[in-house]
Design a protein around this ligand. Structure first.
Ligand SMILES: [Zn+2]
Length: 422
C-alpha cells in the first residue's frame, strides 16, 4: 500500500442516522450501502446491533448484497463493568451481526470513567482490553474508537494513552481518536495525533471528528497531516447536533489537494451524485453551499468574476468542477455583465456575438426588469425562455405569448433579438 494511502470509513448509516430529522428505513440503508460500495469506500458502519431491531435487520439483509469493495462494520461498546466480555449481551449481539469487522468504543476521558460509567480507571482499562481481545478471539477485525480522546488527552494525556495501549494489547487493528464533542481546534488535533503516533508504533491511527466548532473537516485533515491513516465521517456531514465530519468535503481535499491515495479516488466524479442520493434517502434538502458538491459551489454571479472565469476558468475556481461531478454555472442578474450573458447563452446553446452593440442594450433592459422586481438568478427556465424563444424565434413566437403577464417587458427585450450571431 502506498505510503500516502488513507482508508475511508463511512458512518452515515450509524452516526449519520443520529442527525435531527434523519431516519432511514432498512431498505434505504441497504440502498445507501450499495451506493457507498459502488463509490468505493473501505468501511460502511451499518449500525449498532444492540440498539434497535432495525439495525439488526440491516445486518441480516446486507449479507445478501454482493458488495465489491466495502467491509460492513457492526458498532458497539466495550463490555459492562460488572460482566466478563463473554457474558456481555451487547458483545454477543455484535457477533450475531456476522460482520468481518467490529468497531467498539471505550472511554478515554477520566471524567466519563468516573462520573458517567462510575467505575475505576483500572477497570476501564480492563474493559477495553478484554472486549477487544474477546472480539478478536472470535475472529473479528477490531477497530477501537477512543471516545472523547482529545478532551481526555488534554485532561490527562498519560491515562488517555493508557486506554489506547489497552486496545492495542487486546489486538485492535486501528485506533480511531474521536473528537466526540466536536470542540477541538485544528492545532490541538494536529499536535495530539503526532504525539500519539510517536507513542504507539506499528498500529494504524484513525480520526473520528464532529463539526460543533465548524471544523469537522479541518480537524480530520489535520489528523491525516499528522500521520492518521483512516478517516471516519458521513456523507453530507449528517449526524447529531452539527453533524459529523463531511466526507463529501474530506474526500476531494484528500485526493485533489493532499495527494493522498484512496480506494475511491476513481469515483471522485460521482461524489456529487452520491451526495444528492444520500440527501434523497435521508429526507434532507440539499445544501446549495456545500463545498465541492453544492449547486452553488461553482456559480458565478458577479459580472467581473464571470468575465474572468470565461477567460481562464481557474481564475475564480479552486478546482475543475467536473472532477467532482459538478459544473460551472452563471447566474444572470442585474450584476451581470456581457460575459455572463454570453456564458449563459452558451449554456442553452445560443452563440451570441460579444461585439454586438445591442448586447449592451439587452443588458440594460435586463437590469431594468430586475429593478422592477423580476429576478432571473434562480429562474434559469424563465431566462432560457427569454433568450431561447425570443432571440431564436423572434416575432413568430410572440403570438403565442401575448397574454403572458410579462408581455410588455418581453416585447422590450425582443427588439434586441438581432444581437444573435447570424
Ligand atoms: Zn461520533
Amino acid at each position: 500500500m502506498a505510503n500516502n494511502f488513507v482508508e475511508i470509513y463511512d458512518t452515515t448509516l450509524r452516526d449519520g442516522s443520529q442527525g435531527e430529522g434523519v431516519s432511514f428505513t432498512v431498505a434505504a440503508k441497504l440502498r445507501i450501502a450499495q451506493k457507498l460500495d459502488q463509490f468505493g469506500v473501505d468501511y460502511i458502519e451499518g449500525g449498532w446491533p444492540g440498539s434497535n431491531p432495525r439495525d439488526m435487520a440491516f445486518f441480516e439483509e446486507v449479507q445478501q448484497l454482493d458488495l465489491k469493495h466495502a467491509k460492513i462494520v457492526a458498532f458497539g461498546s466495550t463490555r459492562r463493568a460488572s460482566l466478563t466480555a463473554a457474558e456481555d449481551p451487547q458483545l454477543k449481539l455484535l457477533l450475531e451481526a456476522n460482520t468481518q469487522v467490529v468497531t467498539i468504543f471505550g472511554k478515554s476521558w477520566l471524567l466519563h470513567v468516573k462520573e458517567i460509567l462510575r467505575t475505576t480507571p483500572e477497570e476501564n482499562l480492563k474493559m477495553i482490553e478484554d472486549s477487544v481481545a474477546f472480539l478478536k478471539s472470535e475472529g473479528k477485525k477490531v477497530i477501537y474508537d477512543a471516545e472523547h480522546f482529545f478532551d481526555g488527552y488534554i485532561d490527562d494525556p498519560k491515562y488517555a494513552l493508557e486506554t489506547l495501549k489497552a486496545a492495542q494489547r487486546g489486538g485492535a487493528s486501528n485506533l480511531s481518536l474521536c473528537d466526540t464533542n466536536g470542540g477541538r481546534l485544528v492545532e490541538e488535533v494536529k499536535v495530539i495525533v503526532s504525539e500519539v503516533k510517536s507513542e504507539l508504533i506499528n498500529i494504524s491511527i484513525g480520526v473520528h471528528c464532529h463539526n460543533d466548532s465548524g471544523l469537522g473537516v479541518a480537524v480530520s485533515l489535520a489528523g491525516i497531516q499528522s500521520g492518521a491513516k483512516l478517516i471516519q465521517g458521513t456523507i453530507n456531514g449528517i449526524g447529531e447536533r452539527n453533524g459529523n465530519a463531511n466526507l463529501t468535503s474530506i474526500i476531494p481535499n484528500l485526493v485533489l489537494k493532499m495527494n493522498c491515495s484512496l480506494r475511491c479516488q476513481e469515483s471522485l466524479k460521482d461524489i456529487r451524485a452520491l451526495s444528492l442520493f444520500v440527501d434523497e434517502m435521508s429526507n434532507q434538502s440539499s445544501d446549495s453551499k456545500a463545498p465541492f458538491v453544492g449547486i452553488s459551489s461553482f456559480a458565478h454571479k458577479g459580472g467581473v468574476h464571470a468575465d474572468a472565469a470565461a477567460k481562464v476558468k481557474r481564475s475564480y475556481e479552486h478546482i475543475e468542477p467536473e472532477l467532482v461531478g459538478n459544473k460551472t454555472r452563471v447566474l444572470v442578474s442585474d450584476m451581470s455583465g456581457r460575459s455572463s450573458i454570453i456564458m449563459k447563452a452558451k449554456e442553452i446553446g445560443l452563440d451570441l456575438d460579444p461585439q454586438s452593440p445591442e448586447l449592451k442594450d439587452f443588458l440594460g433592459s435586463l437590469k431594468e426588469m430586475e429593478y422592477k422586481g423580476y429576478a432571473y438568478e434562480a429562474a434559469d427556465a424563465s431566462l432560457k425562455l427569454l433568450l431561447n424563444k425570443y432571440l431564436k424565434d423572434g416575432q413568430n413566437h410572440l403570438k403565442n405569448l401575448k397574454d403572458h403577464p410579462c408581455h410588455s417587458e418581453m416585447l422590450n427585450l425582443l427588439k434586441f433579438s438581432k444581437i444573435r450571431k447570424k
